[in-house]
Design a protein around this ligand. Structure first.
Ligand SMILES: Cc1ncc(C[n+]2csc(CCOP(=O)(O)OP(=O)(O)O)c2C)c(N)n1
Ligand code: SF4
Length: 306
């Protein structure tokens, strides 16, 4: 990978009239390999935020660790680069501290479905209002090409030289039964379509998963743009009904000659976690509220705990 290059400081935007697409351009140029699918996801996210009219300070992007997880460094919003597999846990805390922020997690399949699998399951069942974008390249990119939880059976990787013997997990049916209330799949090669999926996910009140096929051009020589292009079929062109549970599961399982992309599943009848939390009922974000104790009491408490 090339070295990150620092550019001019990102513009500060305080009013909607000042918004331009470059408002979301980060200070650092991405250091992804030329051709990496993650470039398209970054552009799609910046376009979605622009088209939704969200100002950079209204958005927080949080990641774990991986090539894809470097994304918060390349976008001009609030951002946090956390530990491998821990983005959803940190995002849950951030969302509860300031539920007025749009909180978006970005990362890879290893980060989200491997080491972060436990957090994935428990965040979904809470239906907290977060958007989770997983750049699914079916490989560990940053650590140079080991098998990931979504690598297909038989795939030869650095860690499976004789072929992967394990079955991959399927994040889409898993999310549908796990409690996610917006479940979609995109493809880096179909950026305009991805923008619409991301806009829907960001505006959805509840937990949204957008799993994106984002080819790793360096380490995954099987699931390439050329491999996906003839296979991906847009669900919106087929009249798919995203409120039909069984059809959503069926579409989520399809693999091989036809792979559906688009909005598989959406439900709006479940309250999100913040809506159920009485402490968030009134009084605005917790982060802006008075502690309810004096500075002396706070200092004494800190001293006692340290
Ligand atoms: C606790 C911990 N375990 C392992 C690692 C090493 N590690 C860093 S990134 C990564 C996997 C990255 O793969 P993925 O999440 O699919 O993202 P990609 O790089 O493909 O975008 C691993 C295993 C780490 N940083 N921290
Ligand atoms: S190693 Fe793969 S995932 Fe990482 S930047 Fe390069 S192409 Fe992208």
């Amino acid at each position: 990978m090339s070295t990150a290059i620092e550019t001019a400081p990102a513009p500060v935007v305080t009013s909607a009239a000042q918004l331009i697409k470059d408002s979301y351009k980060g200070k650092i140029h991405p250091d992804w390999c030329p051709g990496c699918g993650d470039f398209s996801v970054l552009t799609a996210l910046q376009t979605a935020l622009f088209e939704l009219g969200l100002k950079p300070h209204q958005v927080l992007v949080i990641s774990g660790i991986g090539c894809s997880s470097n994304l918060p460094g390349f976008i001009n919003t609030y951002g946090m680069h956390t530990l491998h597999g821990r983005s959803l846990a940190v995002a849950t805390g951030a969302k509860l501290a300031n539920h007025e922020l749009k909180v978006i997690c970005t990362g890879g399949d290893g980060d989200g479905y491997g080491i972060g699998g436990n957090h994935f399951v428990h965040t979904m069942r809470r239906n907290i209002d977060l958007t989770y974008i997983v750049m699914d390249n079916q490989i560990y990119g940053l650590t140079t090409g080991q098998c990931s939880p979504t690598s297909v059976k038989g795939m030869k990787t650095k860690s499976t030289p004789h072929g992967n013997v394990e079955n991959p997990i399927n994040p889409l049916p898993m999310a549908i039964v796990g409690g996610a209330t917006y479940v979609a799949r995109g493809f880096s090669g179909k950026q305009k379509h991805l923008v619409e999926l991301l806009k829907g996910a960001i505006m959805h009140k509840g937990f949204s998963l957008v799993d994106v096929f984002s080819p790793c051009v360096t380490y995954n020589k099987d699931n390439t743009y050329q491999w996906f292009n003839p296979r991906v079929k847009i669900l919106e062109d087929q009249g798919h009904d995203p409120t039909d549970f069984h059809k959503a599961i069926d579409k989520g399982y399809m693999w091989g000659e036809e792979i559906p992309i688009g909005l598989l599943w959406k439900r709006t009848d479940l309250p999100s976690l913040e809506e159920l939390e009485p402490v968030l009922d009134d009084g605005g974000p917790l982060a802006f509220r008075q502690l309810g104790i004096t500075d002396e009491q706070a200092n004494a408490l800190i001293k006692e705990l340290l």
